[in-house]
Structures are given as C-alpha cells and as structure tokens.
Design a binder for this molecule. Sequence first.
Ligand code: HEC
Ligand code: HEC
Length: 408
Amino acid sequence: MASSFSVPFPDQRPARLALGLILALGLAACGGGGGAGSSPRSDASASELSAAAQLGERIFRDTSLSASGRQACISCHDPATGHASPFDTPTAPGGPAMADQGNRNPPSIRYLRFNTAFHFESDGTPAGGFFWDGRAASLREQARMPFLNPVEMANPDIAAVVAKLAAAPYAAEFRQVFGDAIFSTPEDAFDRMAFALERYQLEDPEFAPFSSKYDAFVAGRATLTAQELNGLALFNRGDKGNCAACHSSTKPANAPGALFTDFTYDNLGVPRNMAIAANADPAFFDGGLCGATRTDLSARTDLCGAFKVPSLRNVALRKHFFHNSAFGSLEDVIRFYVRRDTDPQLWYATDILGNPVPYDDLPDTLRGNVNITEVPYNRRPGDTPALDDAEIADLAAFLRTLSDGYTP
Ligand code: HEC
Ligand code: HEC
C-alpha cells in the first residue's frame, strides 16, 4: 500500500507513541519549568542583555530598515501573538509599497533557541533548521533574509540595508560595539546586524519565558480544570490525540520545560488555501522540504509537502494555523486531524463528479507522501474519528493553557 513506500519516516514514531502514554504522570515528576530559564519577562531587565542583544532589539523594531519604511521584524512577529503573525490575512503584507505578499504564514519565533541546524537523524528523519522548510541553519543566517526578501523588507541589496543602518539613531552604539570602521565594510556590518538579532532572540527571556498556566501546573503552582486535564490526557494518549508524538510534551535535556515540538517534519495533507495569491495558479505548489525555497532536497520527492512541526506554545494566540494558514480556529485544526480521512468532503475541493480530492495542495503524483499511518490520521472514510466533539473541545481547552504570561 501507499504508506509502505511513501511515508517519510515510518520507523521512529512507535517509540514516541510509547512515550506519550506515560506523559501525564512523567511530567509532574520532571520538575520542568523550575530552571533558571523559566523566569518571566517581568523579572528581567534590558540591562541583562549583552550590548549586541540590546542592539538586536532596536533593529528588530526598526521600520526604517525596510524599503517601505513601514516594516520591521516585529511587524510580522508580534509579541502580542506570541511573536507570530498579528495579521487577519493568511500571509503578511510586504514589499517596497507594502502591496505584495508571501506564500506562508509567519510563524511564532519563540522557543527557537532550543532548535538546531537542519540535519537528518540516524534513522533518516529530517529535523531542525529554521523556517517552515528548515532552509536557514541558524537564527543568524535566518536574520539576513527578511531584509532582502522582495515581498518582505525588500531592500535591493546589502549595501542598501547597511546605508539605512548607518543612519539609524543607534548607529553610534553599533560602531561602539562592532568597531568604528564597521560601516565601511557593508558585508561585515550586515553580518553583525544578523548576529545582533540572533543574540537578542537567544538572550531575551521574552522569547522563551515558560510562563504559561501549563508551566505553573507542572511546577505545582496552578491546577488545571477537569476539562484541561482531560485535554492533556487526550493530547498525550497514543490511541486518542497522539499529539505528543510530534508536539512533544516531555521536557528535553536542553530546556527548562517541554517545547511542544520535536523540530521534525511531517506531511499532513493540509488543504490548499485559495486565499494565498500564488495558489490561483493551479501549477503552483508549496513543496516544503523538497520545494523551490530550498534547492538541496529537490530530488527527495518523498519529502515534498513536509513542513516543520511548530511549537504549540502560544498557539491559542495565533489567528491562522499551518504553513499556509488553511485554518482559523484551533477546534477546526483538531477536527481536521481526526476527520481528515473519515470525512474528506469537509476539507477538500471536489472534482467535476462532486467527489472530494484529498490532499489537494500536492500534485496528484505526490499525494502518497501524506502520513496516513499515524494516529489520529490513520482512519478511512466511514471510520469513527479518534476524538468526538466534546474531546475536541477539551483538547482545545488544554492548548489554551500553553499561552505565556499566565497570572493565577
Ligand atoms: C513580512 C513579514 C515578515 C517580516 C518583516 C519578518 N518575518 Fe520572519 N518570517 C515571516 C514568514 C512568512 C516566515 C516563514 C517563512 C518560511 O518558512 O519560508 C518567517 C520565519 C521566521 C523565522 C523562522 C521561524 C522558524 O520556526 O524556524 C525567524 C526566526 C524569523 N522569521 C525572524 C525574523 C526576523 C529576525 C526578522 C527581521 C529581520 C523577520 N523575521 C522579519 C514573516 C516575516
Ligand atoms: C505526526 C506528527 C504530528 C502529530 C501526531 C500532530 N501534529 Fe500538529 N503539526 C505537525 C506538523 C508537521 C505541523 C505543521 C504542518 C503544516 O503546516 O503543513 C503541525 C501543526 C499543528 C498546528 C498548527 C500550529 C501553527 O502554529 O500553525 C496545531 C494547532 C497542531 N499541529 C496541533 C496538533 C494537535 C492538537 C495534535 C493532536 C490531535 C497534533 N497536532 C498532532 C505534526 C504533527
């Protein structure tokens, strides 16, 4: 059957599944959330940031560094939405006149300090990397790109960015930190800019506060409601939500709490979103790992349609979900997970005979890549979904405990 040759990583998930079963008990014992990194923003002052990180914060907020003069990193990664997109539209406006748009949903950029460069694990699983397709190896490499992306900050070249930086109100501080002559070598100045943005994201506790109700619960400082507790159990149970198989709810060794992602990739068969302008062209497909935005994996057609597993921390603050913003509510996302294959007509456009075309955001020759073996999307038309409506509501209630800034 299709799954035997097409599922990108068939061998490793059972181990995660077993892990999921013990989580509800195991977590409380882990003591996650008590580490030094868990102090919320209110405990930290800007003076704890290195000089480079403080410059990074100013750059992050500086709209004068864009061609339009109206856009900065913070425009698309807003603290109010967990540093994800604040826009009502599925993608962000951008470009020299703010009249262009990209193809992807601006993700949350919190908790990425625990991510690594893109690599294949020993069993062949793709993991790590920045962007939905992992093409940037580090936050530093990533930070260069928005300045030059024609549908984002849209500067024509590095020299143009550095000329704006040299005229910024903090240019003197930049010279103090990186050397008096720094602006005379634009490539070096641009590299220090990206470095400063990386330091800001790595150092400022705002990017990894671990301050959700769930963290307080794990630390024994808050109780979850019966509904939230049931949602947590469903999240972890390998025969129900099985969410923790990819959105891991155990604390990894390198972080003070669970990250709700394992930074791997999967192909969920998310429906095509016709609200994305590029999708008006029926020949356009966003290939994810194998796609045009990264060129090194174009031969790996088995990876087409795979996107990075995002952290579910602060997910309830987002307005759109998945790489193409196909959904606008958490309940709809969860309903999609459990009814994708039991009721495909709910999600996919129909052909001329009126039959739904599953996985319609992939070319038909690559639809076998979609993961159809793992709970909860291991069902067939007519099967009972893994979660009923009450359980979907409970799971969504649990996801709402993952928003940072909880005060009892
Ligand atoms: C016009 C909106 C926009 C602007 C401005 C913008 N970004 Fe983004 N950002 C996005 C989108 C869209 C993606 C996902 C793109 C992709 O995956 O191909 C993204 C992805 C990222 C990621 C990777 C997240 C992950 O999960 O790996 C980081 C980090 C990031 N942006 C930081 C920044 C920084 C730093 C700046 C300023 C230099 C910035 N962004 C400016 C829209 C924007
Ligand atoms: C086999 C791995 C896997 C499992 C199991 C899984 N997810 Fe996901 N999840 C992903 C991937 C991959 C994405 C991104 C897919 C994309 O955008 O194309 C994602 C995205 C999401 C998003 C959108 C987040 C955002 O920022 O856009 C939500 C919400 C979500 N998952 C919730 C859940 C819930 C709830 C469950 C359990 C019912 C679950 N997931 C089970 C892999 C998984």
